[in-house]
Design a binder for this molecule. Structure first.
Ligand code: NAP
Length: 291
């Protein structure tokens, strides 16, 4: 039997409908419209495309958005002074610093400069520290979107063995912590893991967050497992984005699986919107609307 789809596209669409309603409620109760400020340093076309996609998503739900562009040779001080300005700006509910920034800049220091209440991407060290220590802060959007997707499909997490492949700060590590907080037993694999398949074959829930096209094949998956593919890879000679999981063979073994595209990607954007709206609601920052 073929696996069912964990449809991120459809789930994100449903979430956007709910968010539209929340935006209207905030306008009614607080007289403000949530606003996302995106900071884009340099001229990387992929980053440019992501930021414009996020801007469009804001529009769908009635969130304002503005992109602040800085040249690729900007200094650390110039970027940090923009962050200071956005921290102080009461019309800005949340700030997204588009990753990656040019290599000469200290990205973690830039993120750390951002007020934790405005870190709607949830990836500054303050936000990540809060995640690990159980304090309230916005959670990293991609792992949060994966959890939301699993929960909306009623995938049981407690007591299950979750295996996360990848230990990056934006994805693998927060993913493992979110699963741990929901009482999964978690194994983290990485590039130095010996015999990856021996771990993945034990997973009730397998999250691939690697960045290696089709690294995970059907014979590495436990029959009936739930498989989440966060990977987005470009492969010469093939069109579109390719996941970290070989979909054809994996979907013959798994019970549920995310497609690429249309799985984790739309959920990440939905969570960015949700965090921005929550920031406006909680902290009262947003664009004032005259009655
Ligand atoms: P990253 O920072 O490059 O981290 C990749 C992780 O995979 C590292 O921890 C690395 O291990 C591990 N790894 C690499 N090769 C491996 C192998 N052969 N076996 C086991 N582990 C291996 O990447 P990332 O930023 O976490 O992103 C991972 C993927 O998710 C990429 O395809 C990216 O495009 C995608 N992504 C998607 C979204 C979304 O919205 N859907 C958001 C972010 C990222 P070491 O630590 O040992 O190097």
């Amino acid at each position: 039997m073929r696996a069912g789809l964990l449809d991120g596209q459809e789930t994100a669409r449903a979430i956007r409908e709910e968010l539209k309603f929340e935006v209207a409620e905030i306008l009614k109760s607080k007289g403000i419209v949530p606003k996302l400020a995106a900071v884009l340093v340099g001229d990387d076309p992929a980053s440019d495309a992501y930021v414009s996609m996020k801007g469009k998503a804001c529009k769908w739900v009635g969130v304002e958005s503005e992109t602040f562009r800085l040249p690729k040779d900007s200094t650390q001080e110039e970027v940090e002074s923009l962050i200071d300005r956005l921290n102080a700006d009461r019309t800005v509910s949340g700030v997204l610093i588009q990753h990656p920034v040019p290599k000469h800049l200290d990205e973690m220091a830039i993120l750390a400069r951002l007020e934790v209440e405005k870190d709607v991407d949830g990836i500054s060290r303050n936000s990540l520290g809060s995640l690990i220590t159980g304090r309230k802060a916005f959670k990293s959007c991609t792992p949060l979107g994966i959890i939301e997707l699993l929960q909306r499909y009623k995938v049981a997490i407690e007591g299950k063995h979750a295996v996360v492949i990848g230990r990056s700060i934006i994805l693998g590590k927060p993913m493992a912590h979110l699963l741990l907080d929901l009482n999964a037993t978690v194994t983290i694999c990485h590039s130095r893991t010996i015999d990856l398949g021996s771990f993945t074959r034990q997973a009730d829930i397998l999250v691939a967050a690697v960045g290696r096209p089709e690294l995970i094949t059907g014979n590495m998956i436990k029959p009936g497992a739930v498989v989440v593919d966060a990977g987005y890879n470009r492969v010469a000679g093939r069109s579109g984005d390719i996941g970290d999981v070989e979909f054809e063979s994996a979907s013959k073994v798994a019970s549920l699986i995310t497609p690429v595209p249309g799985g984790v990607g739309p959920m990440t954007i939905a969570m960015l919107l949700r965090n921005t709206i929550e920031a406006a609601n909680q902290f009262g920052n947003g664009v004032l609307v005259e009655n």
